[in-house]
Design a protein around this ligand. Structure first.
Ligand code: ATP
Ligand code: MG
Length: 410
């Protein structure tokens, strides 16, 4: 099958002016989305946000209109040469289940047959016709249209019908706006549109896990604000640089991001003076949660997010998660809690964050920390361990070091 992507390079000018039975056939990307069990009020929010996100993703491209209906979205292309880029950009929009570049023709059998020749100027070995009739005023059923159009294609091309493993599938959707004809479908990311799920603050370390955790929250419709802690200037700024690259990549999925960077080194030095070494990393974590919570409140976030996975390392035992989390009042969400490292790595590779995450860096959790960590802390033990510290003053001190960076895509 020759993808439209390949054809537009050679003949975009011609493809922009196709006619079916004397009438111009414009190109429209037909977008499908899931989550149809949504309630009425929620559906309106979902559609509004999805439309905004699709428009945002296609910024700067020759799109004349983006129409959204309860089950479909129509993106009207002014110039089919933009299709490869439209295809790439829509692949980052959550809430989309699939999309297809279609020729829009009048809702007649003859026009559907005519569009076939324009879309398939070669002879396929075998084919199937798949019709979906959303406009029930059209007199023939989906199966009837499939049979009639299928017989026509067979008669005119000699290709054989194969309903199980066809070399080519001709899709026709009958909508009130016309018949939308296509031969290729692209899978979308699924999930919910970013912006329908509220805002969360994600603790981003520069490692493998936390970018995946952030991605999964976006996939459920959350706008993610990133918070990174670094020991810079006591260490180098390598983890900060990595977080910048990670946020820049992840911004494709939510279009706008903020990265808060907190210089934690001085706080860590104070902790190191009075906290027993085996508890240090846990006290760092408690400080991180407190500071992240202050930032979350400033940003209107309703939860914190971490990349923790149960039992992955000594600091992530159930007892430690419990006693660290005690200091937070916002819920701490851990989308990776039940995942194996291998599953997380596979996701990181698919998203594209893996290669950035494995770059060496100076992680602030290794700063002034012994290799051995207490695996069975209690909130009481940790409270005692930090009793000599002026916690509110340290939180304030850290907040005074905050740098904010903003990212936009595309
Ligand atoms: P990751 O790959 O996300 O670094 P990890 O397996 O290395 O995870 P830890 O280093 O124990 O696990 O960190 C657990 C979680 O705590 C991280 O997923 C992240 O959410 C948060 N965290 C750890 N260090 C930092 C940091 N320097 N800045 C922000 N968040 C951090
Ligand atoms: Mg880490």
């Amino acid at each position: 099958m020759v993808l439209l992507e390949e054809r537009v390079q050679a003949e975009a000018a011609r493809l922009n002016h196709l006619e079916v039975r004397g009438e111009r056939a414009p190109w429209v990307v037909l977008v499908r989305f899931g989550e149809l069990s949504l309630k009425k009020g929620h559906l309106r929010l979902f559609l509004g946000v999805l439309r905004r996100n699709i428009r945002g993703a296609l910024r700067g491209l020759p799109i004349s209109r983006v129409d959204i209906r309860p089950h479909r979205c129509f993106v009207w292309l002014e110039d089919i040469a933009a299709w490869p880029e439209v295809k790439r950009r829509l692949s980052y929009v959550f809430g989309i289940v699939g999309y297809a570049p279609c020729l829009r023709v009048p809702t007649t059998i003859e026009a559907m047959e005519g569009a076939y020749h324009l879309l398939v100027p070669w002879a396929p070995e075998s084919f199937a016709v798949r019709v979906r009739r959303a406009d029930k005023t059209f007199p023939l059923t989906s199966q009837e249209v499939e049979r009639v159009v299928g017989a026509y294609i067979q008669g005119h091309t000699g290709a054989k019908v194969d309903l199980t493993t066809p070399k080519l599938t001709y899709y026709v959707e009958i909508q009130p706006e016309g018949a939308f004809c296509s031969i290729e479908r692209v899978s979308g990311l699924g999930g919910l549109p970013v912006g329908t799920g509220g805002k969360v603050a994600s603790l981003l370390s520069g490692g493998i896990d936390s970018p995946v955790a952030s991605y999964r929250m976006m996939k459920r419709g959350c706008q993610v604000v990133f918070v990174h802690f670094t020991s810079y200037p006591f260490t180098d700024a390598s983890s900060w640089d990595k977080c910048r690259s990670l946020v820049s990549l992840l911004t494709r999925f939510q279009q706008e991001s903020k990265l808060y960077v907190v210089l934690l080194g001085e706080v860590q030095r104070r902790i190191a003076v009075s906290v027993p070494s085996r508890f240090r990393i846990l006290i760092y974590r408690r400080m991180m949660l407190r500071i992240a919570e202050a930032i979350a409140q400033r940003e209107g976030c309703l939860a914190l997010v971490t990349g923790e996975s149960l039992g992955q390392v000594g600091s992530q035992t159930l007892a430690n998660l419990f006693s660290v989390q005690r200091v937070a009042t916002l819920p701490v969400l851990r989308p990776l809690i039940g995942m194996d490292k291998q599953e997380i790595i596979a996701q990181a590779r698919a998203i594209g964050t893996y290669d950035i995450s494995i770059e060496p860096d100076m992680d602030c959790c290794q700063y002034l920390v012994p290799p051995k960590v207490a695996t069975a802390s209690t909130p009481e033990l940790l409270a005692k361990a930090e009793a000599a510290l002026d916690v509110p003053a340290l939180v304030q001190m850290a907040l005074n070091t905050v740098h904010v960076e903003e990212f936009r895509w595309p």
